[in-house]
Design a protein around this ligand. Sequence first.
Ligand code: NAD
Ligand code: UDX
Length: 454
Amino acid sequence: MNKNIVCIGAGYIGGPTMAVVAMMNPDRKVVVCDIDAKRIAAWNSKKYELPIYEPGLVDVVRSVRGRNLFFTTDIKKAVKECDIVFVGVNTPTKMFGRGAGRASDLQFWEATAREIKVCAEGDKIIVEKSTLPVRTAAAMSAILNDHAKHEFIVLSNPEFLAEGTAINDLLRPDRVLIGGPDTASGRAAVAQICDIYAGKGGRWVPRERILTTNVWSAELSKLAANAMLAQRVSSINALAGLCEATGADVDEVARVMGTDHRIGPEFLKAGPGFGGSCFKKDVLNLVYLCEMFGLHTAAEYWTGVIKMNDHQQARIVSRLFKEMFNTLANKKIAMFGFAFKADTGDTRETPAGYVARLLHEEHVRLVITDPKAMENGRRDLADLDGIAWERNPFKAAKDADAVLLMTDWREYPALDWAKIFRSMRKPALVFDTRNCLDAKALRKLGFKVLNIGK
Ligand code: NAD
Ligand code: UDX
């Protein structure tokens, strides 16, 4: 066995994960491949203009690229030269045929498995890094090992990092999960992956944080963890509407609940609903799996998490409508933030995108500003005409009837809100869907302020 590692898929998962793997394992060569030549060129760009924005990522890439981390489109050569292949290709929700709108689209995964099989010149460990339905490893193993000249052992090593904090999550993970078959070669393969995460000289993940399970538990644990987190967000958002109706304050309710050590304080922030590439896709996938196994009540339960989330975005527009005298046509609304959360340029499934579409239907004059997500946002809304994009939030808010804050970028609370107030049409409204601004101070300046769950 050589110590080289290949990762297929140079996206939000493959790129940052392998950069940290390379940093913590200086004596291993790590090669990250993708079919997207533009993405690979960006990873290799001289000025480090990387294809994704993630705090701290540039520094890690700078320290290892060209030393033991390489990016390439030559997948065949890379696979030939290594024994361990991580696969981090995308697994979006399937949009056609059986399971459309719920199941995972596994065509990229299967294409990758077939490619690995064709170019392998020896035994290999294949590591699922993508989030996959339970029992995908069985299908992959069947494809790879059918009439094969070499042995392929398929392990599951789902990734738990969150965007915006990826580097920290990778450097100090709560746990690393590795699922493998309970056979001699399976256990040996799991031990090899444990070594990678332990890092050179044991300086990376402490052994007690590396959890090993069977393959199916590992695959399901990833979907389960995301579903539980998404469920917490939907639960607090469901309570937010009740707070608005009764005079309770959702942040206070969350604080009280969070002090119960059995509940804990994390993931109880009410807001515009969850976005990102994972939660919706993974909950839908869980729903599909439940249905496949005849667990219809369980499927309905998890469907409720998505329904509540969609409702939260519709509710934002309804409240704006009501507060702005039941007509939004031709009013100017400045949307502050388009990314699905702060500290990322990612806009996949962003609540801001859904709200923007609803506002467009109402003929709002929409101006969107975001420090990192303008390029992705423009692409997402390219089919809508009349949407303006403005990097400068002050310019975006000029003459606006309302500011609609959708992403809790750190710079927004620090803006000169008195200046913004002076430049807006009156009455001037701020709808802070993240409850991150000082509402009292804004009211003092003359703003009408709306929050979620207050
Ligand atoms: P992504 O779309 O950013 O990246 C996937 C990359 O795979 C793309 O660059 C694509 O070109 C490449 N690819 C597709 N087919 C290929 C092939 N046959 N050969 C080579 N490259 C190929 O997706 P992502 O956000 O990195 O997610 C990847 C997986 O990781 C998904 O299953 C996702 O659920 C999971 N995941 C993502 C996150 C996250 O925060 N984004 C967190 C945990 C798990
Ligand atoms: C998530 C999981 O956290 C991570 O473990 C997994 O690997 C990938 O999916 P990510 O989607 O990057 O990570 O971000 P996360 O911080 O989980 O936020 C998801 C969404 O929920 C965001 O839109 C965020 O704004 C929202 N959210 C989160 C809330 O509205 N309230 C909260 O209390 C927490």
